[in-house]
Ligand binder design. Structure first.
Ligand SMILES: C[S@@+](CC[C@H](N)C(=O)[O-])C[C@H]1O[C@@H](n2cnc3c(N)ncnc32)[C@H](O)[C@@H]1O
Length: 358
């Protein structure tokens, strides 16, 4: 075993590093509690209910009181639930409710914990991939990944896609209102496709993805929304999906996952109408590592390591962009792929919304 020499330790920096690592460890334990609270409806039962005792919450949710009481202790310790010591009751504030209980809130977090849960479950695969340099295909991950990613982005899409992102693109809303042909490439569970179809009844939509299970789930969601006459989903690759003269081609959080993003962009250039638009939605990133030092950057680099890069490598890995590619690298890809115009339409803390035209 290598013996590491410790010299020049600055104890103030050491204390800060320990505090940081313990805070992170605490968050990891807390994530399991958040997921359990979400699955059992504990947060929902507390939403708007005012102060509740552990027994009242246990009764409302049909759970064992001793478990619920200990779970509540973990929530209070983490600042996720407010405790009233005098009455020994627990309450969810309106702000805690928005983040933890309301699935329709753009700030709803619990489902996002499904992604690190899948990453832990697939840790052995990741270790092996590091050692061999081989890839891991999207579909080979723990199933919580697909629902976690879909749920994580769905609320942002719901809040912003139709209201803000599409209007930020040149003339796209007018075309969609008039009746446009839209391809949603790498559509996953198709939440983006369905949201656009609901907002623009004169347009037709087709979602493409290589992952058959996701395509089947996207079909189910579109059927349930009563949209199957105008929304179809097909198993196809971004590099050669069928159809041409699309008015709008979208890539939501997927271009950087592809093994040959340059081929996907070149195919989009062939499949788009001459005055059509590519909407590229990518995880928010600045162009340089030193400018991505933030909690969001940390989430994305981590997911990128074992999920995005791993999938791109599994597809041949011509160019492994990673989830923190940044606008400059993406612009270069589109320029080489035959697009003459490329600009940032807008940005949010989680996403870059980019527009490309021939
Ligand atoms: C992170 S998920 C995003 C899914 C969806 N667009 C969303 O925003 O929720 C990336 C998706 O890209 C798909 N994908 C990866 N490589 C692909 C390729 N070469 N062609 C088409 N889809 C691909 C994966 O199967 C996966 O569903």
């Amino acid at each position: 075993m290598t013996h590491i020499q410790h010299r020049g330790i600055d104890h103030t920096k050491l204390d800060a590093m320990i505090a940081r690592a313990i805070g992170d460890l605490s968050a990891g334990y807390g994530g399991v509690m958040v997921s359990i609270g979400n699955r059992l409806g504990l947060y929902k039962a507390m939403a708007g209910a005012g102060p509740l005792s552990s027994r009242e919450l246990a009764t409302r949710t049909g759970c064992g009181e001793r478990y619920v009481r200990e779970w509540l202790g973990s929530q209070v310790a983490g600042g996720y639930v407010t405790y009233h010591a005098i009455s020994d009751t627990y309450e969810l504030s309106p702000e805690q409710t928005l983040v933890l209980a309301d699935e329709n809130s753009p700030f709803f977090i619990p489902n996002a914990w499904a992604v690190p849960a899948s990453m832990w479950s697939d840790e052995d695969k990741a270790v092996e991939a590091f050692r061999t340099g081989q890839g891991i295909a999207w579909g080979d991950h723990d199933g919580r990944l697909f629902c976690g990613v879909a749920a994580f982005y769905r609320n942002a899409y719901k809040a912003s896609l139709v209201a803000e992102w599409l209007p930020a693109l040149e003339g796209v809303v007018q075309r969609l209102d008039a009746g446009a042909r839209v391809a949603d490439v790498g559509c996953g569970h198709g939440h983006s496709t369905v949201l656009m179809a609901q907002a623009f009844p004169a347009s037709t939509f087709v979602g493409f993805d290589v992952h058959e299970e996701s395509v089947a789930e996207a079909r189910r969601i579109a059927d349930e929304a009563g949209l199957s006459d105008r929304v179809t989903f097909k198993t196809a690759r971004a590099e050669d999906f069928p159809g041409e003269e699309y008015d709008l081609i979208c890539f939501f959080d997927c271009l950087h996952d592809m093994g040959d993003p340059a081929a996907a962009v070149a195919h989009a250039a062939r499949a788009i109408a001459p005055d059509g638009t590519v909407m590229l939605v990518e995880p928010f990133a600045n162009d340089r590592v030193e400018d991505n030092i933030s909690p969001v950057g940390r989430i994305y680099y981590a997911a990128s390591t074992t999920i995005c890069c791993a999938h791109a490598i599994s597809e041949g890995g011509h160019t492994v962009l990673g989830a923190q590619a940044g606008q400059a690298r993406l612009a270069e890809l589109f320029r080489k792929g035959g697009f003459t115009r490329f600009r940032r339409a807008m940005a949010t803390p989680f996403n870059l919304i980019l527009e490309a035209k021939l």
